[in-house]
Ligand binder design. Structure first.
Ligand code: SAM
Ligand code: DTB
Ligand code: SF4
Length: 320
């Protein structure tokens, strides 16, 4: 079983990723059981605190102002409304509350101060608090940390070569810079990717290798399957197969034995059997609710039925 503590080379990551699927799942399940209670799945709630009108041109996103997706824009929410949503999320079994804003970057000023207030209020509810607000500098990261932020989500999405074909308004290097600012401020890094952007296997291996080579490897790795959005350049992409998703999750589990591996976007289209395979392969977190940020999601009743069927339980303790 390869769970080496030392650095992973690109060929090693490639070999791991290309392991015959059932062997890969088996190894990932073993490592998963060694480091985590396999019955426990962390339930998280995601809230869009500022929706649409984003200046970035990410080819997958419903919220980019460059695409005509018909999405209704919504200005920054009021901190009180966010705290109420967080309380409801906690009552429904979530232990982590994530706030997403359709911003290119954080700007100092009244809106950032409002976000800091949201972080303080959610942290006071004893929930893990995560934000995804676009690029930020080290001082902004530090202020978020002081407000009580647990983690910052900033995905690398895919490998550096494919990234250029998907986003033109920022670079892979920009993403890496923000991740460095986040870890230097002592905030836990949540960083993963999306399958189904038209990338090849090499791009997925590049992504995994980049993630595992970060100075501070992520403690949280969201694996998203593209939700194709009509009106975006990737709106006609075929859905990624469950086998590709399971392979990516298993590889992530083996590369990041201690991390939370989050089965994120795309769950709405997965069967119960497909999701079961993802949990077996090491996924140990989901987002709950009937809406993710802007797209449909399975909803609490379906998830509760699935947990009962599979003998899973929402993780109780927070890792704060
Ligand atoms: N604006 C911030 C940023 O891009 O960093 C935060 C919000 S953005 C919606 C958060 C992440 O959601 C993106 O980095 C991307 O990985 C993921 N995402 C966006 N649209 C998606 C889609 N249609 N399907 C799957 N994942 C998506
Ligand atoms: C992540 O990796 N997945 C979540 C969270 N981080 C912010 C968001 C996925 C967005 C899916 C598309 C939507 O609902 O708009
Ligand atoms: Fe903006 Fe984030 Fe969507 Fe890109 S992914 S368009 S940065 S909201």
């Amino acid at each position: 079983m390869q769970t080496q503590p030392g650095p992973w080379t690109r060929p090693q990551v490639s070999q791991l990723y290309r392991t015959p699927l059932l062997e890969l799942i088996h190894r990932a399940a073993e490592v998963h059981r060694h480091h985590h209670d396999p019955r426990q799945v962390q339930v998280c709630t995601l809230l869009s605190i500022k929706t649409g009108g984003c200046p970035e041109d990410c080819g997958y996103c419903s919220q980019s102002a460059h695409h005509h997706t018909g999405l209704e824009r919504q200005p920054l929410l009021d901190p009180g409304a966010v705290a109420e949503a967080a309380l409801r999320a906690r009552e429904a079994g979530s232990t982590r509350f994530c706030m997403g804003a359709a911003w290119r970057q954080v700007r100092d000023g009244a809106e950032f101060d409002q976000v800091l207030e949201m972080v303080r209020q959610v942290a006071a509810l004893d929930l893990e608090v995560c934000c995804t607000l676009g690029m930020l500098d080290e001082d902004q990261a530090r202020r978020l940390r002081e407000a009580g932020l647990t983690a910052y989500n900033h995905n690398l999405d895919t490998g550096p070569e494919h990234y250029k074909k998907v986003v033109s308004t920022r670079t892979y290097e920009d993403r890496l810079q923000t991740l460095a600012h986040v870890s230097r401020a002592g905030i836990s890094v949540c960083c993963g990717g999306i399958l189904g952007l038209g990338e090849g296997e090499e791009d997925r291996i590049d992504l995994l290798h980049t993630l595992v080579s970060l100075p501070t490897p992520p403690e949280s790795v969201p694996i998203n399957a593209l939700v194709p959005i009509p009106g975006t350049p990737l709106g006609q992409q075929p859905r990624v197969s469950v086998w590709e998703l399971v392979r990516m999750i298993a590889a992530a589990r083996l590369l990041f034995p201690q991390a939370m591996v989050r089965l994120s976007a795309g769950r709405d289209q997965l069967s119960d059997e497909g999701q079961a395979l993802c949990f077996l392969a090491g996924a140990n977190s989901i987002f709950s609710g009937d809406k993710l940020l802007t797209t449909p999601h399975p909803g609490q009743a379906r998830d509760a039925a699935l947990f009962s069927l599979l003998g899973l339980e929402p993780k109780v303790s927070t890792g704060k």
